[in-house]
Design a binder for this molecule. Structure first.
Ligand SMILES: Nc1ncnc2c1ncn2[C@@H]1O[C@H](COP(=O)(O)OP(=O)(O)O)[C@@H](O)[C@H]1O
Ligand SMILES: CC(C)(COP(=O)(O)O)[C@@H](O)C(=O)NCCC(=O)O
Ligand SMILES: [K+]
Length: 253
């Protein structure tokens, strides 16, 4: 069985996994600045027969560099339909490929309706019906992006670690609490909107800030590691075509 390399190139980090058949052999994450070292270490270990699948929502030059060093990668792009999920976006291909992969994973991991929450550079909150219909979703600044934007836009606010305390009684805790509640508030509000038609929905929460955000949710929720990579694994399992040789380029599996 040929190994499969899965890549989730987000705006802050590259998340990756190495599969042997269906078995999740290894996985990890590295910041953009550390990608060259990661490539060096990975390149020598991958047999030529490795199948490579990815999603990229970061700069194309990073994706091209990964391809140049590792060989062609099948980049998932959102479509009207894939692996049981149908895309409700006005222009389906405009939906972030990472969100598309996370929706595919959610549909395969969970039986009922789901609110698919990816807490990264941005936070996305996507409404998925039990029958696989993606109805639409929110994009808001992620937790760190929110905190950093306050520092950039103000003269006196620090980028300091605060604690979530209600009521917050100092600047640091006020920022930490405000940004966290903005995330939680958006998720819970959208859950109430979808609950009108999708009864018993569960929020599936993933991404770098999943734990801290999920810890404050009062709606039914669970965290899932690497939802985007899990969606890519579903797509890879459904794809029987071999990875193309080094001189061809493909955009979708
Ligand atoms: N070790 C880490 N390095 C960078 N960010 C981290 C780390 N652990 C948690 N985070 C948080 O996770 C966010 C990035 O999450 P991630 O899911 O990797 O995002 P993206 O898919 O946008 O690259 C950061 O903005 C930060 O708030
Ligand atoms: C919303 C996103 C920026 C999230 O990126 P991330 O936080 O995972 O780095 C990404 O999914 C994206 O660029 N989407 C395209 C626009 C859309 O989904 O409507
Ligand atoms: K995200």
């Amino acid at each position: 069985m040929n190994p499969t390399l899965l890549l989730d190139l987000g705006n802050t980090r590259l998340k990756w996994a190495l599969l042997e058949g269906e078995h999740w052999r290894e996985s990890g994450a590295c910041r953009h600045v550390d990608i060259p070292q990661w490539i060096e270490a990975m390149r020598v270990r991958l047999p030529a027969s490795t199948r490579r699948f990815g999603v990229n929502v970061a700069h194309d030059r990073l994706a091209l560099e990964l391809e140049r060093q590792l060989g062609p990668i099948r980049w998932l792009v959102a479509e009207e339909q894939c692996c049981g999920v149908t895309n409700g976006y006005d222009e389906p291909e405009r939906l972030g490929a990472d969100r598309w992969a996370a929706l595919i994973a959610a549909h395969h991991l969970h039986d009922g309706a789901a609110l698919v929450v990816c807490c990264g550079t941005a936070t996305t909150v996507d409404w998925l019906e039990a029958d696989g219909r993606f109805r639409g979703g929110l994009i808001l600044p992620g937790l760190t992006t929110m905190r950093e934007s306050l520092v950039r836009a103000t003269a006196k606010l620090p980028l300091a670690a605060g604690e979530v305390r209600l009521p917050p009684t100092n600047t640091r805790d006020a920022i930490a609490s405000g940004c966290l509640l903005a995330q939680v508030g958006a998720i819970e509000h959208y859950y109430r909107v979808m609950e009108g038609t999708a009864c018993g929905a569960v929020a599936l929460v993933s991404g770098g800030d999943a734990e801290i955000i999920a810890a404050h949710l009062v709606i039914p929720a669970r965290t899932v590691d690497n939802l985007v990579l899990r969606g890519l694994a579903v797509v890879a399992a459904a794809s029987t075509r071999p990875t193309p040789s080094h001189d061809t380029r493909e955009t979708a599996p």
